[in-house]
Design a protein around this ligand. Structure first.
Ligand code: FE2
Length: 578
């Protein structure tokens, strides 16, 4: 069992992560063997404390390379897992951060490691496999980083001629290291990042299947890892295009049915194409909102500088440096009829905020209600360099103080003529969100906070809802992670009517995105369970799959596994095929 533990490090009160890296390298040189290195590091870690002198726990091991667990292993279950839960919680996230002597710089660069917590007959097994992406296999074969990622630019092959090395700086090859999420198109499961590539995967075995290129089907250069689904299986997504007409934001629709067995994205269409406020500085977006009839695209002042991208290529800098938070700009909401592709004549504006995950959107009384996690400072992405995340002690405290929290907020976008004057009005009586029309026809909006003081010190991210029944519908509950640390360290359930939150928290444990699974024949919105993979940097403790009662947020069961898992991004519950 111990061989499933992390092959590298911990962080401690006396020694910075650099010491561990030194030890790791030293062991590699001395032994040349991964097993010996892992055993030595484990012994080393067992002698150490994980708490910094200032009391904030160093969580560097949650950002270190681990070994995969390709064969399912049993877990130790405490409590009673209801027999009706049959299926897999699949998780995705980075799991390898170096090849040979080359190391990635940014958290988002790590190679995708897929996890499967399979629940059946009250028992749970765990397995994980690295995505066999072209990026992963090429890096592994070369024993160095040969494929560029978001924050790490691969160095040109030293065996190439000087001319070829120079010309390679102009070749932008996007990655198929799909480490962000699982997405579903026409019944097939894919892992996704935000480039033009997705990889189809087998949700049971985690085997890597076809590589699918969006740009072969429609004129886009990528798509988000957060599509939305209509009840009939039609999928909506968004992706940028960089063509002769400049940069455009595109709303994409993929039909629900396959036309033949080899069909992947055939029939995909660009429903609407939107021009950025600034052509050479399009906004970065990570997700979008969707109601029953509309897509809501939030154009935030987190901008991608296209000229700088080209310059960075010549100067040998990575993609991450081209993203800039411009708080002097407004945030703009674009509303698009998802059936006709027609953009609503009014644009809605708000003061600058950044958003990565939208919670839900629905239509009510001629308005779109849009709930999303917002932060007032959008500069965080640049900060998630691995060297920052692996800090300890005072350095960690200082870094934590720089990070903005995200808070759940509600905007109400009136689609009709209910807002006529420049006096702020509340389009919906049950929300304090306001809208006021200015002389230029734009509507200026303010938000309603969807939380009470419980979230003040932690905010909320990785929002989830009872998606199957309440996406695009008026709803009452959402779930998420509270962030009093670099990653989630609590689970939250928020009631949007009372603003009150229920909290699950255990010191030294870091829960991942909570996934709602409804009871069979459920009646109420929160009739179901919450699944979350709960991680720890302490190699003397086990990670576990946590199962909470979604109604009262009490623990039903946990299933412990003696493995180490790096903190990841998103997951999905896949019901067992009958
Ligand atoms: Fe995300």
């Amino acid at each position: 069992m111990d061989s499933h533990r992390s092959q590298s490090g911990a962080c401690l009160s006396l020694s910075p992560p650099a010491v561990l890296m030194f030890l790791s390298r030293k062991m590699q040189v001395l032994s040349g063997g991964r097993a010996l290195r892992a055993a030595a590091l484990k012994k080393f870690c067992q002698r150490t404390s994980f708490t910094t002198q200032a009391g904030v726990e160093c969580i560097a091991p949650l950002f270190q390379t681990v070994q995969e667990t390709p064969q399912p292993i049993p877990t130790k279950v405490t409590g009673a897992i209801p027999k009706w839960i049959r299926g897999s919680l699949l998780r995705n996230g980075p799991g390898r951060f170096e090849f040979g002597n080359d190391k990635y710089n940014h958290w988002f660069d790590g190679m995708a490691l897929m996890h499967n917590f399979k629940i059946e007959n009250g028992a749970v097994t765990y397995m994980s496999k690295f995505l066999q992406s072209d990026s992963y296999t090429q890096n592994k074969s070369a024993n160095r980083i040969v494929a560029s990622e978001f924050g790490t630019l691969a160095m040109p092959d030293p065996c190439k001629s000087a001319f070829d090395r120079f010309m390679s700086k102009f070749k932008i090859i996007s990655t198929d290291n799909c480490s962000v999420n699982y997405v579903l198109y026409k019944g097939d499961y894919y892992v996704s990042t935000e480039t033009n590539f997705m990889r189809m995967v087998d949700p049971e075995t985690l085997d890597t299947l076809d590589k699918v290129d969006w740009s072969k089907f429609i004129a886009v250069n990528g798509a988000t890892a957060h599509p939305h689904y209509d009840p009939d299986g039609t999928v909506y997504n968004m992706g940028n295009s960089y063509g002769k007409e400049g940069t455009r934001y595109n709303i994409i629709r993929v039909p629900p049915q396959k036309s033949n067995s080899g069909d992947t994205l055939e029939g995909a269409q660009v429903v609407c194409s939107i021009e950025p406020e600034e052509k050479m500085k399009p906004a970065y977006y990570h997700s979008f909102g969707m109601s029953e009839n509309y897509v809501v695209f939030v154009e935030q002042p987190l901008r991608l500088n296209i000229l700088k991208l080209l310059l960075n290529r010549i100067q040998g800098k990575s993609f991450s440096g081209i993203m800039k938070w411009e708080p002097d700009q407004n945030t703009v909401f674009h509303v698009i009829n998802k059936h006709t592709g027609k953009k609503h004549s009014t644009t809605f504006h708000a003061k600058a905020f950044a958003t990565f995950h939208q919670i839900n959107a629905f239509e009510d009384q001629g308005c779109i209600v849009l709930d999303l996690c917002c932060q007032d400072d959008g500069g965080a992405v640049e900060l998630f360099q691995l060297q920052n995340l692996r800090k300890s002690g005072d350095d960690l405290n200082e870094f934590l103080a720089q990070l903005a929290h995200a808070y759940p907020r509600r905007f109400v976008l009136p689609l009709g003529d209910s807002v006529n004057g420049d006096v702020a009005a509340q389009p919906l009586k049950y929300s304090t969100a306001t809208a006021a029309k200015k002389a230029d026809g734009k509507i200026w909006c303010t938000h309603e906070n969807l939380h009470d003081h419980t979230l003040d010190s932690c905010g909320l991210e990785f929002p989830q809802i009872n998606y199957a029944k309440y996406n695009t519908k008026k709803y009452r509950y959402f779930y998420g992670c509270g962030f009093q640390h670099l990653v989630g360290n609590s689970l939250l359930k928020v009631d949007v009517e009372t603003k009150k939150a229920k909290v699950w928290k255990e010191n030294g444990y870091y829960p991942s995105e909570p996934i709602f699974v409804p009871y069979p024949n459920s009646i109420e919105e929160d009739d179901g369970v919450i699944l979350s993979a709960v991680l720890t940097p302490d190699q003397n403790k086990n990670i576990f799959l946590l199962i909470l009662d979604a109604k009262d947020f009490t623990e039903i069961a946990r299933a412990e596994a003696p493995v180490q898992i790096p903190y990841g991004f998103h997951g999905i519950f896949v019901p067992q095929r009958s």
